[in-house]
Design a protein around this ligand. Structure first.
Ligand SMILES: [Zn+2]
Length: 479
C-alpha cells in the first residue's frame, strides 16, 4: 500500500492525495489551485497519474480547492465513482457550475483581448475554458452519496467512513481502512477542520484511533480571536451603524460565511434590535446554498436545530429579503439607510457587492463589514488597508464609510483547535501535514513533536507505505 501527496502539500489549495491499496488507486479530493499568477497554468498541467486509472475519488467537502478539478479529471478520462456525503453532493452543483461559468467567461475575455489587439500568431490557439458545463454534468452523474458515520466498503480491502469536520455544511473527515494480505492500516484524513463552536454546525468529530493521520494546517501558526469576543464586536458595530443611520455592506462568500452571519443575526435578534433593519441576501448562489443548508438539519448542532424549529425558511430571519434577480439587487440602491446587505464576492473583486460599495462607500454614515480573508490585490484588501480612494467599475470612489475587519469568523480551526483535534487520538499516530503554507505547517509540526508525535510537512511527490508503520489502531470496520 502507498500514500502519495500530489496537491495542497506545502501550500493551501489544490487538495489531492493518492491512495494505492488492494490493487486499487483512489484520490482523496481533486481540488483546484487558487491564488498566485501561475495558478491557471498549474491547473491545466497534466496530472501526475493517469485519470483513467483512478478507481474512485473520496471527496471531503465542496470547496473549490478540494473539488474544483473533478471536471478536468473526468474530461481527461476518469469514469469511476465519486464518494461523498449527501450535503456535500447537494452543494457540488452550485460550486462547480459557478466555476465552469467563470472559466468560460475568462476564456471569452481572453479571446476578445486577442481578437482586438492582434491576429493569432502562427500556431497560437484561442483560449479554451479549463472545462465545460458538460464536464460538470458528468461529475455530478458520477457522485455516489455515502451516509455519515457508517462504514462503507468501496472495494474488497478498502473501507471508508465519513465524519463531520465542522468546517462548512457537508464537510467531512475521512477514515479509511486499507487491507492487503493480512495487514490492515487505518488512515484518517482531516479534510478542512472548522472551529469548535462554529454557528450552525457540529464540532469536528473526535477520533480515537489511527495508524496514520493526514491533517490540515492552514492556521497552524495562528490564534483566532474568541467566538464570544467576535460576536460582541459584531453586535457593537451594528449598534453604531444603527445610530449613524446608514447601511451596512457585508462582502461574503456564498457558502458558509453568508449563512453564518445570517444565523448570528437570528441568534441575537432581540438583543441586537435586528427588527429595525431590513436584511438583504443579495446573491443567487448564497440563496441556493442557504436552501441546501436548510435541507440538511442532521448536520446542525443542537442550538441551530432549536432555532430552526421556530422558522420555516433558511436563513431564520423574519425581515430577510432574498434578492434573486439583478433588478431586485439594483432596487436596494434606493435605500439610504437601515439595510444590512450581504452580497458576493467575498473579497469584493467582482459580483453584486461592487454596486453596493459604489453607492455606500462615499457616505460616512455607512459601514462595511469585512468577515473573511482578503487576498492581496483585491478590492476587499484595499478597504482593509484603509485606502482613501478605490476604483470600482473603472471609476474612482472615495472611501468615507467606516470599515471594520471581523477576525474571528474563520471557517478553519486555529493552532490550539488543531491540536485539540489531534489530541483525541490514542497513541500519538504519525502525522503528515497538508493544506498549509510551509511556515504554518512547520509551526504546527513543532507543536505536535512537543507532544511526542512524528510530524512531517508533506511535499508533492512524497510517498509513504502505511504498511511499514506500526499498527496503532485497534478498531476495524464492521460493515
Ligand atoms: Zn474548505
Amino acid at each position: 500500500m502507498q500514500l502519495e501527496f500530489f496537491g495542497a502539500a506545502g501550500e493551501v489549495t489544490g487538495s489531492c492525495h493518492i491512495v494505492r491499496a488492494a490493487g486499487r488507486q483512489m484520490l482523496l479530493d481533486c481540488g483546484m489551485i487558487q491564488g498566485g499568477a501561475d495558478a491557471p497554468a498549474r491547473n491545466r498541467r497534466a496530472f501526475s497519474f493517469e485519470p483513467a486509472s483512478i478507481d474512485a475519488v473520496v471527496l471531503s467537502h465542496a470547496h473549490i480547492d478540494h473539488c474544483g478539478r473533478l471536471p478536468l479529471l473526468v474530461k481527461r478520462g476518469f469514469r469511476g465513482p465519486i464518494y461523498t456525503n449527501a450535503a456535500c453532493a447537494d452543494l457540488l452543483p452550485i460550486l462547480l457550475r459557478d466555476t465552469a461559468d467563470l472559466a468560460l467567461r475568462e476564456a471569452q475575455r481572453e479571446n476578445r483581448y486577442i481578437g482586438t489587439n492582434r491576429d493569432l500568431a502562427h500556431g497560437e490557439e484561442r483560449a479554451t475554458p479549463l472545462f465545460a458545463m458538460e464536464d460538470v454534468d458528468a461529475v455530478l452523474r458520477q457522485v455516489r452519496p455515502v451516509a455519515f458515520d457508517q462504514p462503507k466498503e468501496l472495494f474488497p480491502g478498502i473501507t471508508v467512513r465519513v465524519r463531520d469536520a465542522g468546517h462548512i455544511l457537508g464537510s467531512s473527515s475521512i477514515e479509511m481502512w486499507l487491507t492487503e494480505d493480512t495487514v490492515t492500516r487505518k488512515l484518517v484524513f482531516s479534510g478542512d477542520l472548522g472551529q469548535y463552536d462554529t454557528p450552525i454546525l457540529h464540532d469536528p468529530f473526535a477520533f480515537e484511533s489511527a495508524d496514520l493521520v493526514l491533517m490540515e494546517s492552514t492556521y497552524g501558526d495562528r490564534r483566532h480571536r474568541s467566538r464570544d469576543d467576535t460576536e460582541r464586536e459584531l453586535g457593537g458595530i451594528l449598534a453604531q451603524a444603527a445610530r449613524d443611520g446608514g447601511n451596512v455592506i457585508v462582502p461574503a462568500f456564498a457558502i458558509g460565511r453568508s449563512q453564518e452571519i445570517l444565523y448570528l443575526l437570528a441568534r441575537h435578534y432581540g438583543e441586537w434590535h435586528m427588527a429595525k433593519w431590513r436584511i438583504f441576501l443579495d446573491s443567487p448562489m448564497a440563496i441556493a446554498a442557504s436552501r441546501v443548508y436548510w435541507k440538511h438539519p442532521d448536520r446542525f448542532d443542537e442550538e441551530a436545530s432549536r432555532l430552526r424549529e421556530g422558522f420555516r425558511g433558511m436563513p431564520p430571519l423574519p425581515n430577510l429579503v432574498l434578492s434573486e434577480t439583478a433588478d431586485e439587487s439594483r432596487a436596494i440602491n434606493a435605500l439610504r439607510g437601515g439595510a444590512i446587505i450581504i452580497a458576493g464576492s467575498g473579497m469584493a473583486n467582482g459580483g453584486r457587492v461592487l454596486h453596493h460599495l459604489r453607492h455606500n462607500l462615499p457616505r460616512p454614515e455607512c459601514h462595511v463589514l469585512i468577515v473573511g480573508f482578503q487576498a492581496p490585490g483585491t478590492l476587499g484588501r484595499q478597504l482593509v488597508d484603509r485606502r482613501p480612494e478605490v476604483r470600482i467599475h473603472g471609476r474612482p470612489v472615495r472611501v468615507a464609510a467606516q470599515i471594520h475587519t471581523l477576525g474571528g469568523l474563520s471557517a478553519h480551526g486555529d493552532q490550539a483547535q488543531l491540536l485539540r483535534w489531534y489530541d483525541s487520538f490514542r497513541g500519538r499516530p504519525p502525522v503528515f501535514l497538508v493544506h498549509g503554507e510551509v511556515p504554518a505547517a512547520e509551526a504546527l509540526a513543532g507543536k505536535l513533536r512537543e507532544r511526542g508525535a512524528t510530524a512531517t510537512v508533506a511535499r508533492p511527490g512524497l510517498q509513504i507505505d502505511p504498511a511499514s508503520l506500526p499498527a496503532l489502531a485497534a478498531d476495524r470496520p464492521t460493515a
